[in-house]
Design a protein around this ligand. Structure first.
Ligand SMILES: [Zn+2]
Length: 103
């Protein structure tokens, strides 16, 4: 599994109000409270660890910010969202290449 590419992104809500975080293309939405910082991890399906990308090649993430929401586009096969303590908040890992799923 050493050939699997891993990308990590930290997302912090430095504002005074809750922030809506959407993870695409799964359309998973969560409310981030002020002062929270979460980590999102994805794994590349490609043996060389490259990323297919949507707008540019070899970009694991794209972040689109709007006044009260943030959308993270994930270009890997999966996402793993966790809080600052490392506790999983949400994931879509049924195609995760790092977990060795058989299908
Ligand atoms: Zn994964």
């Amino acid at each position: 599994m050493s050939s699997v590419g891993t990308a990590r992104l930290l997302i912090g809500n430095g504002g005074e109000a809750a922030l809506e975080l959407t993870v695409e293309p799964w359309a998973e939405t969560h409310q981030m409270l002020p002062k929270q910082t979460w980590a999102i991890v994805t794994h590349s399906p490609a043996a060389d660890g490259s990323w297919s990308g949507t707008l540019r090649r070899n970009e694991p993430f794209q972040v689109d910010h709007r006044p009260e929401s943030v959308t993270v586009w994930v270009n890997g096969n999966c996402f793993h969202l966790s809080n600052a303590e490392g506790t999983t908040i949400d994931s879509a890992d049924w195609q995760c290449p790092a977990q060795g799923t058989a299908s």
